[in-house]
Design a protein around this ligand. Structure first.
Ligand SMILES: [Cu+2]
Length: 218
């Protein structure tokens, strides 16, 4: 091996260690984010507030970077949940300090979207789309289809074919608001007419891991 060749290998190795390795460690390697995380898990609100005050301008970008990394395909589930939790908490603290809800809204929306199946255009029968609440062999309490696109003025009928009661509610903060059903018992259904275009994100108020989305087009 020539001297030059060995030298280039050495340089490349150093470049790799300096650039790629810290990037993989994630944005939790950013000093203030790491400190914020420690304070968060330690329940130290005073320190959290202080960190937010000192790093205001950098926070929106760091929240975004944390969510980006968490949602990378192949990210470990534990890592993903940790990063999303830190991102949401940082964005919440930022909102409390500045009154700017933008980064929190964006983070919550992306997290919600990441848990949805791809959208489908369902067929309305006499202006009514049907979404079922069911439990299957593999999953408990799900909306099916979970993510649909409809037209303004159409109705969605949620049919409870599950063995538990459900209560539908718009997600706070993100998307268009307005979905709020009474308790829908097994065998019952609930209708809601969508008069305004928008993205409607909703959950079951009883089973908070039951997610759905209705996109209403003009
Ligand atoms: Cu439910």
């Amino acid at each position: 091996m020539s001297r030059n060749f060995r030298y280039s290998i050495l340089v490349l190795t150093i470049m790799f260690v300096v650039t790629v390795v810290p990037a993989k460690a994630g944005h939790l390697s950013v000093e203030f984010v790491k400190k914020f995380r420690d304070a968060l898990y330690g329940g130290n609100e005073t320190v959290m507030t202080l960190i937010v005050e000192e790093n205001r301008d950098k926070i929106p970008a760091e929240v975004k970077a944390l969510v980006d990394e968490a949602l990378l395909p192949g990210a470990r589930a534990e890592d993903r949940e940790d990063k999303l939790y830190v991102a949401e908490s940082l964005a919440t603290a930022y909102k409390n300090a500045t009154g700017d809800i933008g980064p929190l809204k964006e983070a919550k929306k992306r997290i919600f979207e990441s848990r949805l199946s791809p959208p489908v255009r369902t067929v309305a029968v006499k202006g009514v789309h049907t979404v079922e609440a069911v439990s299957t062999e593999t999953v408990k309490n799900v909306f099916r289809p979970q993510n649909i696109i409809i037209k303004k003025g159409e109705t969605v009928r949620w049919v409870n074919n599950d063995n538990a009661a459900h209560l539908l509610a718009s997600m706070p903060v993100i998307g268009a608001q307005g979905i709020f059903s009474p308790r829908v018992e097994p065998g019952q259904s609930w209708d809601y007419r969508f008069n305004a275009p928008g993205e409607y994100y909703y959950i079951c108020f009883i089973h908070k891991v039951m997610y759905g989305k209705i996109t209403v087009e003009e």
